[in-house]
Write a new protein. Structure first.
Length: 253
């Protein structure tokens, strides 16, 4: 059975003091209120990962994610963080290919394939983001476009490695806009992606792949979205910055 996952993406928010408060509140609320069948992940700024590790240790269903890593293991890449560094502090997940990385930092499908590879080599599970812009949706062909992002960055993997990847479908027009995809719109893409994965790796692998929805997911709409057959949780931006709201989303199953 595939995992149910609610992952927060804090992006470039919170000072250290604020981060410690938010993380400890989330961990405590999750311990008390969220089923252990739901994996809760906090995607925090890299600077805080090592400190926050002690907060999640011993809590079976809470983990940390980095928000990015470089595609090379080490070297002269000022300001970057590598997968071996994340491994060395015991991080389990890394968000890759977020639309903000693609848009503002020019990350390409090819570069993302390299980031996926180095993450897996270092025991990190990628949370691989894909999604179409509004103009791409309006032009039609968005299903094929989103599927092609998976093909280009993931389909070189062995089935064994692919099984370690979490997919996050995030329509760009829904990110940070307050406009959520309807559950029918999200389900359409999720089902298409699962079928696309089945075409490459077989039905069993596809059925075991967690596909998260992201884009203005909040405590009001999470329940309806997560009730869809092919939606296995969420990647939550703005609403992950408030412990009560984030926990409520994690409880939405
Ligand atoms: P949002 O962000 O929930 O604020 O729309 C989602 C994301 O970018 O992962």
């Amino acid at each position: 059975m595939r995992k149910k996952i609610v992952a927060g993406n804090w992006k470039m928010n919170k000072t250290m003091e604020e981060a410690l408060i938010l993380a400890s509140e989330v961990v405590n609320m999750v311990k008390d209120e969220v089923s252990t069948e739901v994996t809760v992940i906090m995607g925090v700024p890299s600077l805080y990962l090592n400190t926050l590790k002690s907060y999640v240790e011993g809590v079976a269903n809470v983990s940390l994610a980095a928000q990015n890593c470089h595609q090379k293991a080490s070297g002269a890449f000022t300001g970057e963080i590598s997968a071996p560094m994340l491994k060395s502090i015991g991080i389990e997940y890394v968000i890759l290919g977020h639309s903000e990385r693609r848009q503002y930092f020019g990350e390409t499908n090819e570069q993302l394939a390299e980031k996926v590879n180095i993450s897996l080599e270092n025991g990190l599970s990628p949370i691989f983001c894909c999604g179409e812009s509004l103009s791409e949706r309006e032009a039609g062909g968005y299903l094929e476009l989103v599927a092609s992002q998976l093909t280009a960055s993931l389909f070189h993997l062995s089935a064994e490695d692919f099984a370690k990847v979490v997919i996050a479908y995030e329509p760009i027009w829904a990110i940070g806009t307050g406009v959520t995809a309807s559950s029918a719109q999200a389900q359409e893409v999720h089902a298409y992606l699962r079928q696309h994965i089945a075409g490459k790796y077989g039905q069993e692998v596809a059925d075991n792949t967690s596909i998260l929805y992201g884009g203005s997911c909040n405590e009001k709409n999470a329940q309806e979205l997560f009730a869809c057959a092919d939606i296995d949780g969420g990647l939550i931006g703005g609403a992950s910055l408030k412990s009560r709201e984030f926990t409520t989303i994690a409880k939405s199953y």
